[in-house]
Design a protein around this ligand. Structure first.
Ligand code: ARG
Length: 297
């Protein structure tokens, strides 16, 4: 889908995100997720509901890689164009040479097949993708969780090995295997990304972050019972967001970090629409894949 805000994108540049899965509803009038490319309200946002969110901007604020140095953008310039540094997914630096992201970032969402991401790079230390700050580090190899299931969205995690070690750069620790405390409903969590700010293809050129409380597994299982909205499975997933909607990750944020208590607790994975009431964001549950990830770090 063309990005109406970005006249400088090559016209052929594909959408730098996962499009909606076949059969999965998308609401173009979805409540705003991460902020649009307007001056960021740095103040705390009031208790505005979804209606307010559609009219104005609720949920996101500007974030910086100086405060969150482990937030990484994944780039394929030949595929996604130079306008936003080729960004198509988010990720997190977990060791000087390893980056954790979502497996589905390496899949064609309409066909469910592995796809090549030519000139795959991790963009590190660049808040504004229109600029050239920081580094573009080539990726040497991509590991996909051996039990990743595209159709079921299970075990949606990948580990990338960087060609050049980022020695001295702060990394983020992962939540450990089987930990439950980070996933207690209501726990404060934050998600970061350069994804769609409106659910209509307004990809942010700058890094945004939003608070999204952890949602109970049972609530999420009701929101996603299977069928066209997808099935939530707490064995590999966790939900976050406001039950009334208004704050969420969105297309293009995939693979990006969900942070609880300074540790990586989730990865942006899927959801129906963006920031809709009763359709929270679904994240890869790091506590369920931590051992598998550690085995390749
Ligand atoms: N699959 C999307 C992507 O690749 C992420 C969707 C997240 N959606 C949400 N409502 N939290 O960018």
């Amino acid at each position: 889908m063309p990005n109406p805000d970005r006249a400088d994108l090559p016209t052929a540049a594909p959408t730098p995100v996962c499009p909606a899965r076949p059969g999965r509803r998308r609401h173009r009038a979805a409540v705003l997720a991460l902020l649009a490319a307007l001056p960021a309200p740095l103040v705390a946002l009031g208790p505005a509901g979804p209606a307010e969110a559609q009219r104005r901007i609720v949920g996101g604020v500007a974030a910086g890689t100086s405060d969150h140095p482990w937030v990484v953008a994944l780039s394929s310039r030949p595929q996604f164009g130079n306008g936003r540094s080729g960004q198509f997914c988010g990720a997190a630096l977990v060791t000087p040479t390893k980056v954790v992201t979502a497996a589905h970032c390496f899949y064609d969402e309409s066909k469910g097949r592995r796809v090549d991401r030519p000139e795959l790079k991790a963009v590190i230390g660049r808040d504004d993708l229109r600029g050239s700050a920081g580094y573009e580090v080539p990726v040497q190899s991509v590991w996909i969780h051996p039990d990743y299931a595209f159709a079921a969205n299970m075990n949606d995690v990948a580990v990338l090995t960087l060609a050049e070690p980022q020695t001295g750069r702060p990394v983020i620790d992962l939540v450990g295997q089987g930990e439950t405390e980070p996933y207690v409903p209501g726990t404060r969590a934050q998600v970061f990304g350069w994804g769609d700010t409106t659910g209509t293809g307004n990809y942010s050129p700058t890094l945004r972050g939003v608070d999204v409380p952890i949602i109970a597994d049972q609530t999420c299982a009701h929101a996603y019972p299977g069928g066209q909205d997808g099935r939530f499975d707490a064995r590999g997933m966790v939900c976050a967001g406001e039950e009334k909607g208004g704050r969420d990750a969105c297309q293009g944020d995939s693979g990006g970090p969900l942070v609880v208590g300074g540790r990586l607790a989730g990865l942006v994975s899927w959801g129906t629409g963006c920031a809709e009431a009763a359709h929270p964001g679904v994240y890869t549950r790091i506590g369920a894949v931590s051992d598998a990830v550690h085995s390749v770090l």
